[in-house]
Structures are given as C-alpha cells and as structure tokens.
Design a protein around this ligand. Sequence first.
Ligand code: C2O
Length: 339
Amino acid sequence: SPIGVPNLRECQLATDRSVVGPLTTVQLNCCLPIPPGNVIDFNFGKYKTTTKRVRMPAHKVGTDYIAKYRRAYELMRSLPQDDPRSFATQANVHCAFCNGAYKQAGDDSVLLQVHFSWLFLACHRWYLYFHERILASLVGDPTFSLVFWNWDDQRNGGNVMPAMFLPTDSSLYDAKRNQANLPPTLVKLVPGITGNNSEIINQNLNAITGTDLSNSTVLSAPLGGSIENGVHNAIHFWTGDITQPLIQDMGTFNTAARDPIFYAHHSNVDRLWDKWRYGLPGGPRSDHSDPDFLNAEFYFYDENGSLVKVKVSDALDSSKLGYGYPEVAADELWINYSP
Ligand code: C2O
C-alpha cells in the first residue's frame, strides 16, 4: 500500500551513519512544530499562482536577483525557530521526513525515509515547491523563483559552486562546505575522479550519460533512480565539509538542508526529472502508474505555516504547479554525448 503521512505527535531522534571512513552515528532531534488549525488537503485551486515562476541557473542570475534571494533567506533565517516557515524548520523537514524521525501513520513498522526510492523525486519536488512559496511570500514577490545549480552544464560555467552562495556575510552562505572545492575547482559528478579539467569534464559527461536520460525507468526506478544514486549523491558529498565526521552539512541527510545551496542543488535534480519527462529528444516519457506510487502522501508547511497534505500524483507536472525551467541549451554537451 502507498506510504502515508506520519503521526507528528510521535517523533523520535533521527539517525545518520557515515557512508565513508570509520563508522560514525549521529542522532539528531529534528521534531517538527505542529501548527494549530486543520491540515489542508492540497488542491490546485487553493495554491494557484497567477504568474509562472521560471527557475534560472544560479550562475546566470544578476545582482538584483541575488539581492532579493539573499533578502528572502535573511527573512527566513530571522523567523523564530518554532515557526514552520523558519530556515531551521525548513532544514529539519528534510531530516524529519527523509530520515526516520517519524513512523508512518497506520504502520508502525515503517520509518519514513524517502531516499533510495521512487518517492525521492516527487517528495523533493513538493519540498521545494513550498520552500519557494514561503520565500516568495517573505519577500512579497509572487514571481520569486529558486535558482538551479546547473552542475550538468560542462561548458558554460555551471559546473562550479555558484558564486552567489559564496560571500561569507550572506544569508546564502554555509561554513560547512569543502573549502578545497571552492571555484575554480570543477564539480565531480562521480566521487573521487581525478585528472586535469578536461579529463574531469569528460568524466562528468560520462556520469550524466550514465544516468541514461533517454531510458524510461532509470530516473525514478522503485529502488532509487540513477539520478538520485549517481550525480545527486555525488554533489552532496562533493559540497560537504570533509573535515566533519559525516561530511556535514551537505554530505548527510540530517543536515544537508541547512545549507541554502541544497535547494539549488535539488532544483537541478528536479529540472532533470522535468526535462526527462517532457523536454528531451525522444520524449515525452511517462511516470510510474502504480497506485502505490501515485497515492503516496506527504506533509509540508505552506507560506502561512499551515500543514498541507500532498500526494505524488499531483506533483508529476511542474507546469500545473506553476513553475518551470528554461529549455535545455542547444549546446548542452551531454545531450548528444557518446562516451
Ligand atoms: Cu533528500 Cu539530496 O537529498
């Protein structure tokens, strides 16, 4: 049967384990606030947007865009911690729902963990959707859109840590990042690859080709699609601070979303899903039709701090959710790349 929403009154510590190096376990309290009022059942009418949001590549947005982005996160960071819209709670949502802090309602034997599964893409899409709405409402701009970290681009400058997240006095900064991977160091879409820049670029292209964006199942396969297991995880480990026991913040589930770059990273993951589904040669493709997939449900907080219940089936079409991405650049190297 499909995964159901958790019982928010029964929260336990979430556990993270190291995936590399000596075994380290970290437990964290990321229990979430329970807002007053009824849970809202998501519907498109209620969350209608009049203008479409277009998420742009982080390395291409201008000064005004960045200033507004900083302002939005400043405001989010300044909310009291127990406000569902606060940055602390937003980060805890990832820890709580993605990493075993709750049992599933009606089935105590299953801890909530959306990673390594076909729920991964849809759950993160909903997460970003509400995160973006909260930021937009904080800055009072309904067109406010997240940026995406265009790490799949190996030609036009997307393949480094985006500059907008780097100034240390900014609300977009996070100190727990790998200091050896600041620009101009190129991203590595496979952990541990070596070589000069053109060798790294080739291996990155291989990694994207290896996720096989033309194939119809790999993107959201039941045991975790190739995007999740490959390039998505690679960026998490590449960004996190390797002097931390679990490569915090980005390198482990509990803390990953404490870095504002997380949302830009996931925006690109979301974009690749969107492109795979609707916007690449050989498409459009189709998502799973299994009811266990379509009827799986999650909770998120909306821009008013209310709890909203959403399901996977409502997340499959980004345009219905009122946002989208620019077309994939015609000179995007991986489109016609053959290894
Ligand atoms: Cu919920 Cu990038 O992980």
